[in-house]
Design a protein around this ligand. Sequence first.
Ligand code: C2O
Ligand code: CU
Ligand code: CU
Length: 490
Amino acid sequence: MIKRRSLLLGGAVAATSAASATGAGVLLLSAPASSATATAGIDPADIAKYTLKMPVPPTLRPHAASTTTDYYRMTMKEAYKEVIPGFQTKVNTFNGSFPGPVINAWSGRQAVVTQTNNLTVPTSVHLHGAHVPSSSDGGPMDLIATGGGTKTYTYPNQQAHANLWFHDHAHHQESETVYRGLTGTYLIRDNAETRLGLPSGNHDIPISIRDARFDDAGQLLFEMDDFFNRTVILANGKAWPYFEVAARKYRFRFYNTANLRSFQLALADSSTFSLIGTDGGLLAAPFVTQSVSISPGERADVVIDFSRYPVGTELELKNIIAQAPGTPADVTQVLQFRVTRTERDTSVVPAKLRTLPALPTPTVQRSFSLLMDESQAEPAYAYINGKEYDPQRIDTTVTYGTTEVWTVTNSNQRVPHNFHVHLVQFRVLERNGVAVTSGPESGLKDTVPLGPGETVKLQATFGGYRGVYLYHCHLFDHASMGMMAQMQVV
Ligand code: C2O
Ligand code: CU
Ligand code: CU
């Protein structure tokens, strides 16, 4: 495990999405003295923008199906991809695709996925946001051996439509394995969502956004907590790509698959779009906004209407989150939409999207504090409630079926965190004492950002399955250092 003090401060200025989510403006924190000084590797300014076309990840087809179940196979393996123009970069893939393919699941219909590991490290495949038995949750110690080891995961999909994703979760490895590419998209759809008439088919596009750092040979460079040097922005596996659209409405499901970086996405002309959903599917009603923030692991499901632009328009998607002094301006660019044609559009964004599940009365209250070393002291640490992750220890015992309120605090002065809970979709009741009643945090969530000093109150009902599940900071480098714990539902 790498826990070098000098590296721990990186990420300190990953200004969190929390402030903007609450409309309070964006936090800007002072940078550690060491920030933005290293220059090893390709300078983002030397990478041509908007020359690669953004791919849409391929949809994975089941290899077999029964009346109840779709059966899928994936192989984790290395491949070479043109991630930055002119280079072939070695990446981790599912089935040769970077990022991995899309599974289109249907609520109530089971998916069984057999994973084969042909990478050089053991892996564990976790389906983020899913309500699954502990044995299929892809826990940190539940490893698939290298050299062709396999594991079959059963996903019951007994949950409503949601924007899920899968990624490696092997303890102490996941931050690097994910950084090198081991992520993929998993959409659960249902009738309630489908009958709304939102943009669909070729107009419903998942986009995974992340950052990376490349050496002079165009290969991915990984160091723990290397936030300030990961200044190349990738969308669906390409650095600063372009994407051609018709002058009509599109649904984009943005995934933040970065290890540390939060994004605040906005159109270059500051025009509005509709946030229709987040982690656990649709909001109750569309939220019209000029920007949306996603911390690592979070999703933003948006509809952008390009019908207001003439054919020929080029429109950037920007990252307007506050940056530390010295950060290259390149990280404020994400991708470029090109309006290339007109097209008939019968899709709609209804004023009412769904009825969120009622909130049962909670019977248990707990508190969690996230804290990592931000001094120069040794040894470095990354804690939840004063402890590092220990796979042998159960930190929280939850009685099956209970509804609980968890008060989660970021106890750091400078370092942002977020908080992700396996097994459940939760609700954000309060942020810093202010009730959340509408807007981006009002839907079903599985990951929530926490700026320095911030506190959120979350409510979840722990039913469906018994067993051991994780909760952790989803800044993967922090989780790898130990900011992770486990609950047992008994
Ligand atoms: Cu995205 Cu523990 O997971
Ligand atoms: Cu998860
Ligand atoms: Cu963290």
